[in-house]
Design a protein around this ligand. Structure first.
Ligand SMILES: *Cc1c(COP(=O)(O)O)cnc(C)c1O
Length: 429
């Protein structure tokens, strides 16, 4: 199909990027389980290697099953191109890699997935990069944190674990004024609930491991490019604006225009970092995305019911779900994610750390796992697991203190979920 802008989300989640297989007519996107592709002749091979012609060379760079997923994700996010990679964490490195360099920094929200806080505060230092963490509800602090060496601003649309909603319009106004790209991790919202590019994001990253695949089968990540950033406005982004020695002095922005970031991601990022998504994983994710809108509606509906009920339980001190009128983030739902605040939130128990551990152990339907965004309902005690590497201050700032349990609401019968939670809360008293 031609991806006309007139098609609705429910149509695009099934059809974007997919067309009947030209060789066989296969209606479903085949799993192209191949490493390499035969060149027509030596000239064809040379043109592909020179980036003068787009095509398939080797599956570390490009693969038709993965390409279908890239096109689908770019379409659903409203971007011009996308690069898939092996995990959400790989996507974050792939997003930062063309922008950063030794001595450069990223200004990041304190409310992030725990693994991202560790990646940004510890591991990226090995590349000579650094992160400055600030409260993204404090706009003056975000402004003040940006300096001459800042190359990106990073936040989550609906932030893990608390389900807090970031005012993307206010943040993108700041990054725009500074001439710095805004990277938004849209994992918890998915493009069904939030489209960060419409709120000014330059790049959107996902852990496709979560709601996009949706059933806890494979890890995957993607970087979607809005195509809107002027990489040549100044000398801050030489990887994209200056001659690339590995391609005979080709300048990505001059040559590929709005697709500069995407081409760089494939031709340099995947080629040399090798964090490639395999075609089997792409297949599972394409299958998952076909039902994304249906699942997200049910996740939101169930989360509203369960969070509302939890708030009334006498063992519960607080529930962070932004869909509840009691949430300080409730007023942002309509602006940022009008179809709902997702399926992820935390619950704070009056009994503290011990009650949390008992509660998690007493649940039957909910699984205690380090994952979210599954059809199944999941819980985790963040302070002892995903946010364990963080200092107590970082845990509190991320909304993952010791008396907090993160809940990812699945698409089961909400009455069963409530009954299970009720039994476990009473057992934990
Ligand atoms: C899980 C997750 C990641 C990391 O993704 P992986 O696929 O596990 O590497 C990044 N950001 C958010 C918001 C996540 O939930």
């Amino acid at each position: 199909m031609t991806d006309g802008p007139s098609y609705g989300f429910d149509t695009l989640q099934i059809h974007a990027g997919a067309r009947p297989d030209p060789a066989t007519g296969a209606r479903q996107v085949p799993i192209y389980q191949t490493t390499a592709y035969v060149f027509r002749d030596a000239d064809h091979a040379a043109a592909l290697f020179n980036l003068q012609e787009v095509g398939y060379i080797y599956s570390r760079l490009t693969n038709p099953t993965v390409a279908a997923l890239q096109e689908r994700m770019a379409t659903l996010e409203g971007g011009v191109g996308a690069v898939c990679c092996s995990s959400g964490h790989a996507a974050q490195i792939m997003a930062l890699f063309p922008l950063m360099g030794p001595g450069k920094n990223v200004v990041a929200s304190t409310r992030l997935y725990g693994g991202t806080i560790t990646q940004f505060s510890q591991t990226i230092k090995r590349f000579g990069w650094s992160a400055t963490f600030v409260d993204f509800d404090d706009l003056d602090a975000v402004k003040a944190a940006i300096n001459d060496d800042t190359r990106a601003v990073f936040c989550e649309s609906i932030a893990n674990p608390g389900g807090y909603i970031t005012d993307l319009d206010a943040i993108s106004a700041i990054s725009d004024a500074a001439g710095i790209p805004l990277i938004v991790d849209n994992t918890s919202a998915t493009p069904y609930l939030c489209r960060p590019i419409e709120h000014g994001a330059t790049l959107v990253v996902h852990s496709m491991t979560k709601y996009l695949t949706g059933n806890g089968t494979v890890t995957g990540g993607v970087v979607v490019d809005s195509g809107k950033f002027d990489w040549s406005a100044n000398d801050k982004f030489p990887s994209l604006s200056e001659p690339e020695p590995a391609y005979h002095g080709l300048k990505f922005h001059e040559t590929f225009g709005p697709l500069a970031f995407t081409f760089h991601g494939i031709a340099i990022g995947l080629r040399d970092l090798g964090m490639t998504l395999n075609p089997q994983a792409a297949h599972y994710t394409l299958m998952g995305i076909e039902t994304l809108s249906l699942r997200m509606q049910k996740h939101v509906e169930n989360a509203m019911k369960v969070a509302g009920w939890l708030e009334t339980h006498d063992a519960v001190e607080a529930v962070t779900y932004a869909g509840l009128p009691s949430s300080p983030y409730n007023h942002r739902v309509e602006k940022i994610c009008p179809k709902g605040a997702g399926g992820l939130f935390t619950v704070k128990l009056k009994g503290g750390y011990d009650a949390c551990v008992k509660f998690v152990d007493a649940l039957e339907i909910f699984s205690h796992v380090a994952n979210l965004g599954d059809t199944r309902s999941l819980v985790i005690h963040s302070a002892s697991t995903t946010h364990r590497q963080l200092t107590p201050e970082q845990q509190e700032a991320a909304g993952a203190g010791p008396s907090v349990v993160r809940i990812s609401i699945g698409i089961e019968d909400p009455a069963d979920l409530i009954a299970d939670l009720n039994t476990a809360l009473n057992a934990a008293k």
